[in-house]
Design a protein around this ligand. Structure first.
Ligand SMILES: Nc1ncnc2c1ncn2[C@@H]1O[C@H](COP(=O)(O)OP(=O)(O)OP(=O)(O)O)[C@@H](O)[C@H]1O
Length: 322
């Protein structure tokens, strides 16, 4: 559904060139729900704007929804939906009016546009709000309208740029439900950008992690977490038993570093739940009693930290300061 090779884009700003995207390869299959995860300024929106024909790549090529980006941008536009950050609704119009107008912009006849508008409003839980002025909608309702606007022409592939930015947790969960339903009911391929780790984790089949304009990892959230970080096991023991415990832990953890400090020994293993029985048996055999035992399963932030040496939040703060 998306096949991109070496997509790149630079911008001239204040006499300098910013390489926003530096050679991105993408391969998204039909029906996938893929998340493009990275800190602010990583190059997510720029990539999305290239894939949706709004921005010309400086280098690279892509086939999107079966059409070549460079030679058939109109063909690409017909087949895709794009929901930008901030959305494209007109505040003084009414919800239905807005949806109908969008359908008309896509070349639908009046009756067809009204029928599609009603059906997409229904799908996004906006049926009771169709006569409301857009400006009276809450943040979550407004985001659902933005998504509905991107779906009126029934695209096979929809791009969502930060679909839940600035929403409260309940509205975010609600938007997630609608995105899941899109794929489940209609088979729509969804490609979304996010800098929310929990969003990528909860929603996406596959995550592409982007930093500084380059994709640094790809896989399902579970694969990324298992391959990159592993589980962190922390065992609390009497201080006198610390060295012995660290030796036992080193046998279980293999090559990985074991940290022994104060009353706690920490080490990483691919699966904490599988390592625990072995650890407990070995400690028991050495007559070492445990005071506490904790297994921390990695988050996508641990993945980002392992790959880049900084958290997503640190990367965003550095970007703002630059
Ligand atoms: N029109 C432009 N002119 C100059 N620089 C730009 C332009 N658009 C983007 N950039 C720069 O390119 C880099 C990537 O920006 P982009 O908006 O793609 O990041 P992003 O990952 O989408 O961030 P966010 O999460 O904040 O939307 C940033 O350093 C940004 O400042």
């Amino acid at each position: 559904m998306i096949e991109a090779h070496g997509l790149a884009r630079g911008f001239r700003a204040r006499g300098k060139t910013v390489e926003a995207v530096r050679g991105v390869d993408l391969d998204v299959a039909a029906g996938e729900l893929v998340g493009f995860l990275g800190p602010n300024g990583a190059g997510k929106t720029t990539t999305l704007r290239m894939l949706t024909t709004l921005l010309r790549p400086t280098a690279g090529r892509a086939v999107v929804a079966g059409k070549d980006l460079a030679t058939d941008p109109v063909g690409v536009r017909r087949r895709i939906g794009y929901v930008a950050q901030g959305g494209g609704t007109i505040p003084d119009s009414r919800v239905l009016e807005d949806l109908v107008m969008q359908g008309r912009l896509h070349g639908l006849g009046k009756r067809e546009a009204i029928s599609r508008a009603r059906s997409v409003a229904d799908r996004l839980d906006l049926a009771d709000l169709v006569e409301r002025p857009v400006k009276s909608l809450s943040g979550g309702q407004r985001r659902r309208l933005d998504i509905a606007l991107g779906l009126v022409h029934q695209p096979v592939l929809v791009f969502l740029d930060e679909p839940t930015a600035a929403l409260d947790p309940r509205s975010r969960a609600n938007v997630w439900e609608h995105i899941r339903a899109l794929r489940a009911d209609l088979g729509t391929t969804v490609f979304l950008t996010t800098h929310y780790l929990d969003e990528a984790d909860a929603l996406c089949d596959r995550v592409l992690v982007i930093d500084n304009g380059t994709i640094i990892a790809t896989g399902s959230p579970a694969e990324l977490k298992a391959n990159v970080s592993g589980d962190l096991v922390a065992v609390g023991v009497p201080e006198l038993a610390l060295v012995r415990t660290a030796e036992i832990a080193a046998r279980i953890a293999g090559q990985d570093a074991v940290l022994a400090e104060g009353n706690t020994v920490e080490f990483r293993v691919p699966r904490g739940d599988l390592a625990l029985p072995e650890l407990l048996r070995a400690l028991d055999a050495a007559s070492i009693g445990t005071n506490s035992l904790r297994v921390h399963q990695p988050t996508l932030d641990d993945v980002f930290l392992t790959l880049t040496g900084r958290t997503i939040r640190d990367a965003e703060e550095a970007h703002v300061a630059a």
